[in-house]
Design a protein around this ligand. Structure first.
Ligand code: UTP
Length: 290
């Protein structure tokens, strides 16, 4: 079955990005003059997604504003003969049908995804974590959708994470099937060292079967008193099995200051207009760096 719906949870407080997240949602932070959320919606569109639900919160109204037509800009750009920029700005409105739901209380990623039940209905869907950017040849969501189409079960996007860091993520119990695909039989959120199941952790993208909603309805809150999506996926893995795919691409955590800076460097280097000039500057900068 083709996947055409995606959910982007973006209602978190973003405390790791304070002070900027006090006034600018981390999901809207600029990465080379484009808000992070635009990269995510572009990735969704390039992956065949036609309908996107963004889980948002009070204070994040600029997300909706960015994906709404802005006649003043469009008129001005046309009048001043900037047709290319006009097309670029206009095309933002046509990337996908975008819907919004407000999460009134930040109760965790699981709670945010649970809100998508009526939007998703009985179809498999993608979850694109609102603060995770993946720079890749093939869109990361498309990579997972293709694995879903082949195996017909939920697929988590995974990467290898060092022992020191995996405690901040989750850890998966897996069987290697080959070509980057794993069968998953269990997983644990924020494992203690003795609980680590493997060095594979879910980073930023999953494709889920709608059965996840019944599981989210019946599991208790987990780590941090929040409803954890990982806990629901762990139940799914144990009860009916799921898959993981080690996707190609570099993943950046926009909710982390250092990773956010790194994302900007890679995207600026890749920029078609001034990437080469930026590289020249970077080389000179690194040469003179103490
Ligand atoms: P994070 O756990 O990284 O976001 O959630 P956070 O809670 O904002 O982070 P810190 O620790 O305070 O800095 C991953 C994604 O899920 C969304 C976030 O907005 C982020 O894009 N999220 C998180 C929700 O939509 N609702 C929630 O209740 C929690």
């Amino acid at each position: 079955m083709k996947i055409t719906k995606a959910v982007i949870p973006a209602a978190g407080l973003g405390t790791r990005m304070l002070p900027i997240s006090k006034s600018v949602p981390k999901e809207m932070l600029p990465i080379d003059a484009k808000p992070a959320m635009q990269y995510l919606i572009e990735e969704a569109a390039e992956s065949g997604i036609t309908d996107v639900l963004i889980i948002t919160a009070v204070g994040k109204e600029c997300i909706e504003k960015h994906f709404t037509a802005c006649p003043q800009y469009e008129k001005k750009l046309l009048e001043s003969g900037k047709e290319e920029l006009y097309e670029e700005i206009r095309s933002i409105n046509d990337l996908a049908n975008i819907y919004y739901l407000h999460q009134h209380e930040t109760g965790g990623l699981g709670q945010a995804v649970r809100m998508a039940k009526n939007f998703v209905k009985d179809e498999p869907f993608a979850v694109i974590y609102g603060d995770d950017l993946v720079v890749s040849e093939k869109p990361a969501t498309l990579q997972l959708c293709e694995v879903y189409e082949k195996y017909g079960k939920s697929v988590a996007g995974v990467k290898r994470v060092s022992k020191d860091l995996i405690g901040k993520y989750c850890s998966l119990k897996v069987d290697d099937i080959g070509n980057g695909v794993y069968g998953v039989s269990d997983m644990i959120e924020k494992p203690k060292p003795e609980e680590i199941l493997s060095d594979l952790a879910i980073l930023g993208r999953v494709v889920l079967e709608p059965a996840i909603f019944d599981i989210l309805d019946r599991i208790p809150r987990g780590v941090g008193g929040e409803l954890q999506l990982t806990d629901a996926m762990a139940v799914m893995a144990r009860e009916s099995g799921m898959f993981a795919y080690e996707f190609e691409g570099t993943r950046y955590d926009i909710g982390n200051k250092l990773s956010y800076l790194m994302a900007n460097v890679e995207c600026a280097v890749n920029n078609q207009e001034y990437g080469d000039e930026f590289k020249k500057y970077l080389r000179e900068f690194v040469k003179n760096m103490k």
